[in-house]
Design a protein around this ligand. Structure first.
Ligand code: 6PG
Length: 467
């Protein structure tokens, strides 16, 4: 009896995915370069149809053909090295799948190299962290459709299920799956930063305790802001530190790390002329947080606004910040899905925007009630230029923009940094500006560089001797 799939890379994600596959009836061969993780999984998977191997050649030989080999190893050179070790043992038609957070251009390169050897390659975005890997992630497979069709029965089974459907859908060719995961992570960065800014306002401006803020997030999580990130934020704010007894959040160092996917999202947007200000501001907020020592020194040098804090009505302003957070999310997701749309057109990928929103409803880190509305917007208007102009969101923006404006203004006057909330408002006002100040920039460019300009009333390009 051969094994239906093999998993290489038995860190938490890899081993949890192997356990998930086995729990859904697959016979899973598993292998890791160091035997400790293989032994750990073997112990943990007593009774599961998981079969540990310590020799790569034996692992490969144990698989049904065409072989299906799923890699969950660190992105970058480790993926190339595993592929290099595998290829000598493979036959034409075998399928290698990379489930790590690989850069989509690396995936495209690997796809091409392996295609010349008759080996199929799928770049599969997996979102949901350790828990998601075990109980049901959101899965974004990219590569040849017919190769995907061979593994679809496994991945649709192990994916999160929402309303009876799997959070797994074929995304598109070559690197499209990893691209979709990359932008998912960019949206995740923005979402996390927006929540952090809402938390800052509630704590610093409304002077609420962590417990009170957790209660507010719990309440928001029962309404249109319902989402995994809102839910875990309430839990995080309630958590007490075992050493000091303080709210744990108060003793966590305010320096954010990042593994690169948000950065890649911004770079790809900038390279391709796609406005991605909110995601990029969330990335810069992380970079600025890393300058902790400089910020501590600057705090003693740079003064904030000297206006006396006026007493704000808590209930009224809690609603303003809820609306501001919702508006910020709409703008951030509008930018993320615009990046999908513009890139899809650029690369001819035909990304399924409605289905991408649908598979983000469960399993992934940005899973949220809100994605039902996004998928509905694309179902009714497949060629929607921008989420903001979908009737539902245009109406929401009309109702909630005042909340966002009030919070941003109050924050600015109070000296609270709102990189993403303010970027959201600027994006909203820029996108709805039928005529903008870009005409002055064109004039300036033509003045000093004779770069010419177009006119609103005549065809053609023009240059003026400005002196
Ligand atoms: C997911 C997560 C996952 C990763 C984080 C870490 O979708 O399951 O996004 O891919 O754990 O994104 O990324 P940073 O270290 O860059 O925040």
């Amino acid at each position: 009896m051969y094994h239906s799939i093999g998993v290489i890379g038995l860190g938490v994600m890899g081993s949890n995915l192997a356990l998930n596959m086995a729990s859904k009836g697959e016979r899973v061969a598993v292998y890791n370069y160091t035997r400790d993780l293989t032994d750990q999984l073997a112990q943990k998977s007593e009774g599961h149809s998981i079969f540990p191997f310590y020799e790569l050649s034996e692992f490969v030989k144990s698989l049904n053909t065409p072989r299906k080999i799923f890699l969950m190893v660190t992105a970058g050179k480790p993926v190339d090295s595993v592929i290099g070790s595998l290829v000598p043992f493979l036959d034409e038609g075998d399928i290698i799948m990379d489930g790590g957070n690989s850069h989509y251009l690396d995936t495209e390169r690997r796809y091409d190299v392996l295609k010349n050897k008759g080996i199929r390659y799928l770049g599969i975005g997996i979102s949901g962290g350790e828990a998601g890997a075990l109980t049901g992630p959101s899965i974004m497979p990219g590569g040849d459709k017919e190769a995907y069709d061979q593994v679809a029965p496994i991945f649709t089974k192990i994916a999160a299920q929402v309303e009876g459907g799997p959070c797994c859908v074929y995304i598109g060719p070559k690197g499209a799956g990893h691209f979709t995961k990359m932008v998912h992570n960019g949206i995740e960065y923005a979402d996390m930063q927006l929540i952090a800014e809402a938390y800052t306002f509630l704590h610093q401006k409304l002077d609420l305790t962590m417990e009170e803020i957790a209660d507010i997030f719990d309440k928001w999580n029962q309404g249109e802001l319902k989402s995994y990130l809102i839910e875990i934020t309430a839990e995080i704010l309630r958590k007490k530190d075992e050493i000091t007894g303080l709210p744990l959040i108060e003793v966590i160092l305010d320096k954010v790390g990042q593994k690169g996917t948000g950065k890649w999202t911004s770079i790809q947007a900038i390279d391709n002329g796609i406005p991605s200000s909110i995601i990029t501001e969330s990335l810069f907020a992380r970079y600025l947080s890393a300058l902790k020592e400089e910020r501590e020194a600057a705090a003693n040098i740079l003064s904030g606004p000297e206006i006396e804090a006026q007493e704000l009505d808590k209930a009224e302003w809690i609603e303003h910040i809820r609306q501001a957070l919702y508006m910020g999310k709409v703008c951030a997701y509008a930018q993320g899905f615009t990046q999908y749309k513009m890139t899809s057109e650029l690369f001819g990928w035909n990304l399924p925007l409605e289905e991408i929103a649908l598979i983000f409803r469960g399993g992934c880190i940005i899973r949220a009630e809100f994605l039902n509305v996004i998928s509905e917007a694309y179902r009714t208007q497949p060629n929607l230029a921008n989420l903001l102009t979908a009737p539902y969101f245009a109406e929401k923006a009309k109702a909630y923009q005042l909340g966002l404006r009030k919070v941003v203004c109050e924050g600015i006057l109070s000296g609270i940094a709102f990189p993403c909330l303010s970027a959201s408002l600027s994006y909203y006002d820029s996108y709805r500006a039928g005529r903008s100040n870009a005409s002055l920039l064109q004039a300036q460019r033509d003045y000093f560089g004779a770069h010419t300009y177009e006119r609103t009333d005549l065809d053609g390009v023009f240059h003026t001797n400005w002196q």
